[in-house]
Design a protein around this ligand. Structure first.
Ligand SMILES: [Mn+2]
Length: 274
């Protein structure tokens, strides 16, 4: 899991959906005996705001969700055989759900990727809000080439997801698994995941708070020292993967994007205050 926003403690968490999702997902991983990491990745800060992620090889600014590629690669570097990515707006919903069948798909040696079908939007594409990868050359290659290659979707919805789907389409169908179970809405009390995507973003905090209330659990994030990692420097990873430094043109492009984003955020805040 990861985000550039921090996991906040105490009652501040009640208005921070990544913090609520952190605690729900942490509890699930603890129950399953899975290691859990929240990558609070680092972008260069300026007095007016933050510079967006940037791929120097592609000469492109990238939407924040692309950083999941770096976070997953980093977990693979730690030596795990399987790595699960879950967005900060996605939770393991039913903690008693049985995952052994799904993860058992990886017993087939040719399977290296598993994700959820992006229903109701697509029936033949997956949603990059949740996926599982096996540590292997095919996956490393997929992740790094996706980061380094220019993308038509560099800033546009749905960002990295479109590129990953395009890449997977070229794979033999036996090498990946698409799970057709509910995700974007609460359809069954025993569903494995609940993903409150951007079209429903105002529901994130209330839905996650309700999750705690329904179970009589406290929503304040626990054990953040053990799970929140704050040293994933996006630019350092880009330099390593691209093998290049940004050109003067790249710097201009990136600052323009960052300033535009900061200005938009200011206008949004001003409007919501009125
Ligand atoms: Mn998401």
């Amino acid at each position: 899991m990861g985000d550039d926003r921090p996991v906040v403690g105490g009652s501040s968490a009640f208005s921070s959906y990544p913090s609520l999702a952190y605690e729900i997902n942490r509890l699930f991983c603890e129950k399953m005996g899975w290691d859990f990491r929240y990558e609070q990745y680092q972008l260069p800060r300026r007095w007016w705001g933050t510079l967006p992620p940037f791929s120097s090889a592609a000469h492109q600014s990238r939407a924040a969700s692309w950083v999941k590629l770096l976070a997953v690669e980093r977990a693979l570097d730690l030596g795990y055989e399987l790595v699960v990515w879950i967005d900060s707006d996605c939770i393991f919903y039913h903690h008693e759900a049985d995952w052994s069948g799904l993860l058992g798909q990886f017993n087939r040696p040719d399977v290296s990727f598993l994700s959820w079908v992006d229903r109701p939007f697509f029936t033949d594409q997956f949603c990059a809000g949740f996926f599982v990868v096996r540590s292997c050359d095919r996956i490393r290659h997929l992740i790094q080439t996706t980061w380094n290659r220019p993308s038509r979707y560099s800033l546009k919805h749905v960002y990295e997801q479109s590129e990953l789907n395009a890449a997977l389409k070229a794979w033999p169908r036996t090498q990946y698994v698409l799970v057709d179970e509910p995700m974007f809405a609460l359809e069954e009390p025993t569903q494995k995941l609940l993903h409150i995507a951007s079209f429903d973003h105002q529901l994130r905090v209330p839905s996650f708070l309700k999750w705690f209330a329904d179970r009589g659990l406290q929503p304040e994030p626990q054990k953040t020292d053990a799970h929140v990692v704050t040293d994933l420097e996006v630019d350092e990873w880009d330099r390593r993967w691209s093998g290049t430094e940004p050109t003067p043109g790249d710097v201009v492009r990136r600052y323009s994007r960052g300033l535009l984003q900061a200005a938009r955020a200011k206008i949004k805040r001003f409007k919501s205050l009125r």
